[in-house]
Design a protein around this ligand. Structure first.
Ligand SMILES: C[S@@+](CC[C@H](N)C(=O)[O-])C[C@H]1O[C@@H](n2cnc3c(N)ncnc32)[C@H](O)[C@@H]1O
Length: 214
């Protein structure tokens, strides 16, 4: 099954699964402590799904009294975007712009969706074919402003994630060395690896957090 089929069919199981893992809470805690936040940021969430990362970022900015200049998000799966839209409606949030798009065809995005200070992408690039992974990173890099940063959350390739995410969620998994090679191939010049906040250290067993600069 392709990613769109998977997330159309298993949207609710995905939301229950990540809730049980403390993933939304872990992302929220990470962004709350992040030194990347400042007023006037242009932000893109690539593969936003139901909006967990976009909303974690927005709420972290709001808590510090900061407003973004742009908060845009795209995803391949209409069912996930619908879920996100209804959350935005329920919460009365109007400033987030959503679009359906494939990370491997970013020309589908509006012309104005570029020069981002932050591009965040979480648990999505696992669905790009391995041989296109560096291309997807290069496409996101091209959307960054010169001093922008790409923040990637992605599943590790380890003994626990192979059955849990690799097989159950039909995802590609990556080692740190594979990520370093792919980011270099995509033209990024500086990489740093981060960890989840102390209360969510268990999520370090799940995923890498990479900050990459052009
Ligand atoms: C595991 S969910 C992650 C969603 C969200 N980022 C999060 O952290 O909860 C994976 C998402 O990636 C999206 N996706 C998969 N392949 C994609 C592609 N080629 N382009 C854009 N989105 C894609 C799916 O539709 C799904 O919503």
């Amino acid at each position: 099954m392709n990613a769109e089929g998977l997330y159309s069919k298993r949207k609710n199981s995905y939301l229950r699964f990540i809730g049980a893992m403390g993933y939304p809470q872990g992302l929220r805690a990470w962004f709350r402590r992040s030194s990347l936040l400042r007023p006037g940021l242009r932000i893109l969430d690539a593969g936003c799904g139901s909006g967990i990362v976009t909303l974690a970022l927005r709420d972290a900015l709001c808590e510090r009294g900061m407003e973004p200049a742009a908060l845009n998000a795209f995803d391949l799966t209409p069912a996930m975007l619908e879920h996100f839209r209804s959350t935005l409606e329920d919460r009365g949030i109007e400033e987030i712009e959503l679009q359906r798009a494939n990370v491997l065809a970013l020309e589908e995005l509006p012309q104005t969706w570029r020069d981002y200070d932050l591009v965040v992408t979480a648990s999505m690039l696992e669905y790009v074919p391995r041989e296109r992974f560096a291309d997807a990173l290069a496409g996101l890099r091209a959307r960054l402003a010169g001093d922008g940063a790409l923040i990637l959350f992605i599943t590790r390739n380890n003994w626990l994630m192979k059955p849990l995410i690799g097989r159950w969620w039909d995802a590609e998994l990556y080692t740190r060395q594979e990520l370093e090679a792919a980011f270099a191939q995509a033209g990024f010049s500086a990489l740093s690896f981060h960890r989840f906040s102390p209360a969510f250290r268990h999520l370090d067993l799940w995923g890498h957090i990479v900050e990459a600069r052009p």
